[in-house]
Design a protein around this ligand. Structure first.
Ligand code: C2E
Ligand code: MG
Ligand code: MG
Ligand code: MG
Length: 281
């Protein structure tokens, strides 16, 4: 009967809570070890000026070099790191490593660029967050305007805390971008109240622009709105010349995506930057 089948499928598909919990603890233990043993790594993806093709920034993207499982992407461990609070020390390591690397590129004589670093709400809303950023900038010698922090709309839900942290960060001189813009559930009113620098159009809107009139409408509207609010715009996930042409036509300032480069490990991205520099000079 249907009822029996229901029972069976319940048995087959219901998540085993004990299994999930132990998975989480397993990942937590492994992540602790990863941080201690230096298994975490940053990959870098260039951000390109639509106007002149220059590299204007890099986004630091976390990777986990697991001894048995190989390269693990953040989608597979960020959520657990957030739930367990491990994102706080991991995030500090990311910031420190990314700022240090950006300064190192400048020391090597490469044209100065921004470094974009992703933040979780839990990190951003910590009481001493701004001080931590200030300490890292001082320690690495990176000028604040070469650091851009990427937060998502969900971080803005706690309006009061977000607002005071953003004011402190603006005072410090670092830039703020709203990542995955358009995919959250927050109200748009924060856009006029908060000191922001950039909107980052989510990849889901950039993808399929050629086939989807609604995606084109959303993308062109985000760009126009951003410009009215004196915010700059970057589109993520740009994969084709058609997408680039549309973004260019609608005066999107910057693009990031596989059309230019996938996220690359340090030695490969450094070579990429050196080759671009030779091409330009
Ligand atoms: P995100 O910040 O929105 O980063 C963009 C993601 O899109 C990256 O995935 C990137 O590799 C991918 N991507 C870039 N261009 C293209 C493209 O043209 N096509 C396609 N299909 N994909 C593209 P990744 O590296 O797996 O990171 C996933 C997410 O993990 C990030 O999304 C970010 O939310 C989070 N994340 C990464 N690093 C960190 C970190 O250090 N801290 C925190 N809190 N989150 C991080
Ligand atoms: Mg990002
Ligand atoms: Mg994004
Ligand atoms: Mg994303």
């Amino acid at each position: 009967s249907a009822k029996e089948r229901g029972k069976n499928s319940y048995h087959m598909y219901a998540p085993d809570l004990q299994q999930i919990t132990s998975d989480k603890m397993f990942i937590q233990n492994e992540l602790n070890r990863a941080l201690a043993l230096g298994e975490l790594d940053l990959y870098y993806q260039p951000q390109i000026s639509v106007g002149n093709g220059d590299i204007v920034g890099m986004e630091a993207l976390l990777r986990w070099n697991h001894p048995e499982r190989g390269l693990v992407s953040p989608d597979q461990f960020i959520a657990v790191a957030e739930e367990t609070g491990l994102i706080v020390p991991i995030g500090e390591w990311v910031l420190q490593t990314a700022c240090k690397q950006n300064k190192e590129w400048q020391n090597q004589g490469l044209p100065p660029i921004r470094m974009a670093v992703n933040l979780s709400a839990r990190q951003f809303l910590k009481k001493d967050f701004t001080q931590m950023v200030a300490d890292i900038l001082e320690q690495t010698g990176l000028a604040p305007h070469y650091l851009e922090l990427e937060i998502t709309e969900s971080t803005m839900i706690d309006v009061h805390r977000a607002c005071s942290t953003l004011a402190e960060l603006k005072q410090l001189g670092v830039h703020i971008a709203i990542d995955d813009f358009g995919t959250g559930y927050s109200s748009l009113s924060y856009l006029k109240e908060f000191p922001l620098n950039r909107l980052k159009i989510d990849r889901s809107f950039v993808r399929d622009m050629k086939q989807s009139p609604s995606n084109r409408a959303i993308v062109s509207t985000i760009i126009a709105m951003a410009h009215h609010l004196e915010l700059r715009v970057i589109a993520e996930g740009v994969e084709t010349d058609d997408e680039l042409a549309f973004l260019q036509e609608h005066l999107c300032e910057e693009v990031q995506g596989y059309l230019f480069s996938k996220p690359l490990p340090l030695d490969e991205i450094t070579t990429y930057m050196q080759q671009r520099k030779q091409k330009i000079s």
